[in-house]
Design a binder for this molecule. Structure first.
Ligand SMILES: NC(=O)c1ccc[n+]([C@@H]2O[C@H](COP(=O)([O-])OP(=O)(O)OC[C@H]3O[C@@H](n4cnc5c(N)ncnc54)[C@H](OP(=O)(O)O)[C@@H]3O)[C@@H](O)[C@H]2O)c1
Length: 377
């Protein structure tokens, strides 16, 4: 029998929480070859990863880190500067782009990959939140495909793939993060970063506690599954075993369950449409399926995100920009937790009115970062 060649992977954000798990899962199999990868500033870890995975090309997206990077350590990989990131994604050798970097930096590379008909495994949610209409239209026009990696969207995607009938409604779950146990406690970065279920990057962990993450996920689901906001609901599920459900007209529901382990949706995106054996299996005799109404009032940014998503246009870009600045200021202990939402709200209220296109999406995100910074000072 003819052997299938390995899938060539371009990994964006290899040094982050998602990136490291992608390398762990892909590294277990001969079915994958990391042909290219990028990191921002953690060049020490990046050099170790390159020695192990031997990509042909690599990109350091932080200009200062790129300039400081000692070339001999790079081994065989060709190290490209920040403005060449897209070329890794569109390279003819690339079969699958895995977007695991944070923020909006991968927006153009993702768009260019989809415009070349590539498949993008999408963990990085900010680009689809900011420019979902443009990314999904490019994928449709050029035959590109988006495979969601976020656990809730991977769940809905898999439920949809297994159903011939369009659902009436989709449900995504929220585990709630540290904030559910915050009553009477001082909400410091240390307290928030001790997420009880998921071990993730710092920014998304703060976003989970403010409800911003769930709001961004609703906007992401709206774009990925072409669903009106009125047909997307969030349920609180502290055990994080049910990740998503789809409900049909007759009241029947398909649910997707798995252990809360990002390596499961990562493995699915890598092996799509196959499934690979994983060790982290459900224990059905200890199953706690408690689902409750999502207490939106406890999550200070959920409503802001939802409003921006429903308004559409450039509001989601302003939301992403203002949130990034406010969360960084909280992590740097420059503002208290309670100031995150007012800074985002004020910035959103001043969102410039311009046409919705990629240059303006990026312009407004940058403007919002600056406006939020002025409000912090
Ligand atoms: N972690 C999760 O479990 C999880 C789950 C679902 C979705 N997501 C989404 O996946 C994305 C990554 O999350 P994460 O938790 O993995 O974040 P993370 O641990 O903070 O890692 C971020 C990665 O992006 C790189 N990066 C940082 N700033 C950058 C910039 N300005 N330009 C380009 N690259 C930059 C970092 O490089 P350096 O480290 O080299 O600076 C690192 O490789 C986010 O959009 C998040 O919402 C994450």
């Amino acid at each position: 029998m003819k052997k299938t060649p390995p899938k060539n992977i371009c990994l964006l954000g290899s040094t982050g929480s998602i990136g490291r798990q992608v390398l762990e899962v892909a590294g277990r199999s001969r079915n994958f070859r990391i042909v290219s990868m990028s990191a921002h500033s953690n060049t020490k870890l990046f050099a170790e990863q390159m020695r192990k995975f031997k990509p042909e090309k690599a990109c350091i997206t932080d200009q200062a880190s790129f300039e400081k990077y000692p070339r001999p350590l790079a081994g065989a990989a060709k190290i490209l500067p920040p403005d060449k990131l897209s070329s890794l994604c569109t390279d003819k050798k690339t079969d699958l782009v895995i977007a695991g970097s944070s923020g909006s930096s991968a927006l153009i590379p993702i768009l260019e990959a989809l415009s070349k008909g590539k498949t993008v495994a999408l963990a990085n949610k900010e680009p689809i939140v900011m420019a979902g209409d443009i990314l999904t239209a490019a994928a449709k026009k050029h035959g590109g495909k988006i495979i969601p990696v976020d656990s809730e969207h991977s769940a809905i995607f898999q439920c949809m793939e297994n159903s011939k009938v369009t659902p009436e409604k989709i449900y995504i779950t929220a585990s709630g993060g540290a904030i559910l146990t915050a009553s009477g406690k001082k909400i410091t970065p240390g307290f928030i970063l001790a997420h009880p279920i998921w071990k993730m990057g710092k920014k998304i962990t703060v976003d989970s506690s403010t409800g911003m993450n769930k709001g961004l996920e609703v906007i992401e689901a709206h774009h990925l599954f072409s669903m009106d906001f009125s047909r997307i609901a969030v349920l609180l599920h502290p055990k994080a075993l049910i990740h998503g459900m789809i409900e049909f007209a007759d009241g029947s529901v398909n649910a997707y369950l798995s252990m809360p382990d990002m390596k499961i949706p990562i493995s699915y995106a890598l092996h799509y449409p196959q499934k690979q054996k994983m060790r982290n299996l459900m224990n059905f005799t200890k199953l706690d399926m408690t689902l409750e109404k999502y207490p939106a009032g406890k999550f200070i940014c959920f409503g802001l995100a939802l409003d921006a998503g429903k308004k559409g246009g450039l509001y989601p870009a302003a939301l992403v920009g203002a949130n990034e600045t406010a969360v960084k200021a909280f992590l740097d202990e420059r503002i208290p937790f309670a100031r995150i939402a007012p800074i985002i709200r004020k910035t959103l209220s001043e969102t410039p009115k311009m046409r919705y296109n990629i240059p303006n999406v990026l312009r407004v995100e940058k403007w919002a970062k600056g406006r939020a910074e002025k409000l912090i000072k």
